[in-house]
Design a protein around this ligand. Structure first.
Ligand SMILES: [Zn+2]
Length: 62
């Protein structure tokens, strides 16, 4: 089980592979793998807080 974060709304969910559309915002967006692979955040199946980004301070070009 991997943890994925929606680049659009920041929703995080567990799945083997990311879906075509976000289950939260229903948009077709990219998903970042935020799965934890180190014991410090609980190991596989957990979210790595360093990878998961909050929506605050989101920088977008344009
Ligand atoms: Zn989303």
């Amino acid at each position: 089980m991997n943890q994925w974060q929606c680049s659009n709304c920041g929703y995080i969910f567990g799945a083997e592979t990311p879906p075509d559309k976000c289950p939260s915002c229903k948009e077709a967006c990219t998903f970042q793998n935020v799965t934890c692979y180190i014991p410090e955040c609980g190991g596989p199946g957990n979210i790595d807080p360093r990878l998961a980004t909050s929506k605050k301070g989101d920088t977008k070009k344009g």
